[in-house]
Design a protein around this ligand. Structure first.
Ligand code: NAD
Length: 282
């Protein structure tokens, strides 16, 4: 069974390589030639176009930047009859629902399966995969997703995308306030490594104290592989969801505004962990 894998970037590259390693036939497409070549080096096949990638593929995985790109690709695509599309990108939940309904008219099933764990866990197949779809549709794709991580069903189609955006709003807000605390502590004369070890056995602990600060910020590598603008996109999806649902988000809304300010001054390719450098400049 051929899997078409569209979007071979920071996440799509290690994920498609894992599927090849698990014995699947993977035909990938990306606008970037180096990204296509990386799949070939991993043992997959590079398609010359979207159409070429989709030929005879009953399963199509999308790992694209956002809903705009997902919709553009899906609209342009000629899917094989009865195929299933797994949108693993962090897309917009309400747009995902609408897309699933329009694909159903074309005889194609859409499920959403966005991920958490970053590039490191994409490489090891230890992603958390939050899925949205009917139980039978999700059972159909489970053997493929199991190669990439652990799946948790969030609910009906779009539910995975909703919980993913909410997760990232929390994660970005944690990172910002952790960075504020770390800068204040450093200025006070505390050792950053000692602060982190205390936070990690105390109630201020989060993914920012356990992973982002020790692995990407303290060593000053800022190479998590997750762009600052992609994080801002997810935060805006979550804030949009709160607005649609009419729920309050005074803190999340403020965090979106602060990350948007950072995005205006940091380089286009800035990693999301560089938010601390925006604070330092401020
Ligand atoms: P990326 O920018 O590294 O990769 C996206 C890829 O899509 C690029 O290689 C780009 O060339 C390709 N692309 C864009 N338009 C295309 C088109 N029309 N046809 C084919 N290819 C196209 O992004 P990423 O970091 O891999 O993230 C992908 C998705 O996963 C995003 O929605 C992101 O929010 C989400 N995500 C990222 C991480 C992370 O740590 N990087 C973690 C979880 C979720």
């Amino acid at each position: 069974m051929t899997i078409a894998f569209i979007g071979l970037g920071n996440m799509g590259a290690p994920m498609s390589a894992l599927l090849v390693g698990a014995g699947h036939v993977v035909r990938g497409f990306d606008l970037s030639e180096p990204a296509r070549q990386a799949l070939v080096s991993a043992g997959g096949t590079a398609a010359s176009s979207l159409e070429d990638a989709l030929r005879d593929a009953s399963t199509v995985i999308l790992m694209l930047p956002n809903s705009d790109v997902v919709e553009r690709v899906v609209t342009e695509a000629e899917f094989a009859p009865d195929s299933v599309v797994i949108d693993m990108s962090s897309s917009e939940p309400l747009r995902t629902r609408a897309l699933a309904a329009s694909l159903q008219q074309r005889g194609v099933t859409l499920v959403d399966a966005p991920v958490s764990g970053g590039v490191a866990r994409a490489r090891t197949g230890e992603l958390t995969i939050m899925t949205g779809g009917t139980p039978p549709d999700l059972a159909r794709v489970e053997p493929i997703l199991a190669c990439l991580g652990t799946t948790v069903r969030a609910g009906e189609v779009g539910a995975g995308h909703a919980v993913k955006a909410l997760n990232n709003l929390m994660s970005a807000t944690h990172l910002l306030v952790t960075s504020e605390a770390m800068l204040a502590g450093e200025r006070f004369g505390l050792d950053p490594a000692v602060m982190l070890s205390i936070f990690n056995s105390s109630s201020g602990r989060s993914g920012s104290t356990e992973n982002k600060w020790p692995n990407f910020i303290l060593p000053e590598t800022y190479d998590s592989g997750f762009g600052l603008r992609l994080m801002l996109k997810d935060m805006r999806i979550a804030a949009g969801l709160a607005a649609e649902m009419g729920t309050p988000d005074p803190l999340g809304g403020a965090a979106v505004g602060l990350w948007a300010q950072a995005a205006e001054v940091l380089d286009a390719g800035a990693d999301h962990t560089e938010i601390v450098n925006w604070l330092r400049k401020d």
